[in-house]
Design a protein around this ligand. Structure first.
Ligand SMILES: C[S@@+](CC[C@H](N)C(=O)[O-])C[C@H]1O[C@@H](n2cnc3c(N)ncnc32)[C@H](O)[C@@H]1O
Length: 389
């Protein structure tokens, strides 16, 4: 992309995120600053996006908290210590130009990547409900497109959901240093049991999994979050610290091609009579060509039939992204957020796919449908990666 396109992109970002003071200021100033905007000309084809430059600058501040500009970043100095008056741009511009070559190298080699810990706010009740179908069996949790694997550790977080009357239910470990939160909408059906059965194995697959034991990889994941949203950054940092001690097994590979081996490895040596394999995916399937996605269904059906182990697939994806799980038309407007669906294979046959509910892409709100509704395709959204920011 040429410099003019890059500057337009920065301007668009600034307009879209006028409510985020720091990132709005950096993006609008960088759009008018040829030297700073030009750093993005080093990005790989298709990657010259405002968020990549913002992440590269954030990464610099996280690695160099001694820079004067770092005081504008809540992730470095803590939200209460960020100045509430003054202009951050002169100090940030100086730091950027002093480290230009380093930033060019970062934008040339990195992609923005997410592992949104608060997605546990919808995954915990969804997975608890899926597991409640077979309460006497241990879970084998398998995540497709798991990034660093932070969501595979959701049973180690305190996930608090509040209903419209103010009553709070906690999933996972109430004493956990990682606090996730969501609210049930006024029209949500009540949640089921808050108990997650014992998890015997946590396995994930990702095309490019950052290692939680590599400080620069963890810093990059943190840098891709926005310092104007300090709660997200703090939650991420707490989860990365907690899970690094005992990280889930995450393999590098394509989630479609790698699923057969992943299922085999996850269950090898365990008693099939005691297991319930629960596969889940959240905001990952849009990265996979639509025509390849049904192969996941075939793999799960074949595994369930061959092994005799019940398999469930919980999906948290944009409407229409999960095979067999498009959004049913006629629901309210905010249903276009994330659709929570379940497919399940028991004793050689598949049950009808169900839409369990809908939610905000980062778990801020959750609406459970009761009873869960059969999924009837009504529309097919366009293909291509979608990320929720
Ligand atoms: C938007 S992130 C979501 C990560 C995580 N599921 C979450 O909700 O925080 C999408 C992830 O899917 C991974 N991914 C994309 N295409 C993939 C593929 N074909 N096979 C495996 N992983 C893939 C990316 O590397 C990235 O980590």
């Amino acid at each position: 992309m040429g410099l003019a396109g890059i500057r337009d992109g920065l301007r668009r970002f600034a307009a879209d995120y006028a409510h985020l003071p720091l990132y709005h200021r950096i993006a609008s100033a960088a759009a008018d600053d040829e030297l700073v905007a030009a750093i993005l000309t080093h990005a790989r084809p298709g990657q010259a996006r405002a968020v990549l430059l913002l992440a590269a600058i954030h990464d610099l501040m996280l690695s160099r908290p001694d820079l004067p500009a770092a005081r504008w970043y809540s992730s470095v100095v803590g939200a209460p210590n960020v100045p509430t008056t003054g202009d951050p741009w002169p100090e940030i511009r100086a730091a950027v130009l002093d480290h230009r070559e380093q930033l060019e190298q970062v934008v040339a080699t990195r992609n923005t990547q997410t592992n949104e810990v608060n997605r546990a706010a919808y995954l915990a009740p969804l997975l608890a409900d899926v597991a409640a179908d077979l309460p006497d069996r241990d879970l084998v949790l398998v995540e497709l497109g798991c990034s660093a694997g932070l969501l595979l550790a959701l049973d180690r977080y305190a996930v608090q959901l509040t209903d419209p009357s103010g009553r709070t239910v906690t999933y996972g470990d109430p004493a956990s240093p990682v606090r996730c939160a969501g609210r049930l909408t006024a029209d949500s059906a009540p949640l089921g049991s808050a108990q997650l059965p014992r998890v015997r194995a946590h396995r994930g697959i990702d095309a490019d999994p950052p290692s939680l034991r590599d400080p620069s990889a963890v810093r990059w994941l943190e840098a891709c979050l926005w310092p104007d949203q300090p709660a997200r950054v703090e939650r991420f940092a707490a989860a990365a610290r907690l899970v690094a001690d005992d990280p889930p097994v995450v393999v590098t590979g394509d989630l479609v091609d790698g699923l057969p081996q992943l299922l085999k490895d996850a269950t090898d040596g365990l008693d099939p009579e005691q297991l319930h394999v629960v596969v889940f995916s959240s905001w990952a399937l849009t990265y996979v060509e639509r025509a390849r996605r049904p192969e996941l269904v075939t793999t799960m059906a074949e595994f369930a039939s061959r092994s005799g182990i019940p398999v469930s697939w919980a999906t948290a994806e944009p409407a229409g992204a999960a095979p067999g799980m498009p959004l049913v038309g006629g629901w309210s407007a905010d249903d276009s957020g994330t659709v929570l669906g379940v497919r399940a294979w028991r004793e050689g046959a598949e049950r009808p796919p169900l839409v369990w509910g809908t939610c905000h892409p980062h778990g801020e709100w959750i609406r459970r449908w009761q009873p869960a509704r059969p999924a009837h395709p009504t529309r097919s959204p366009p293909d291509g990666p979608a990320d929720s920011g």
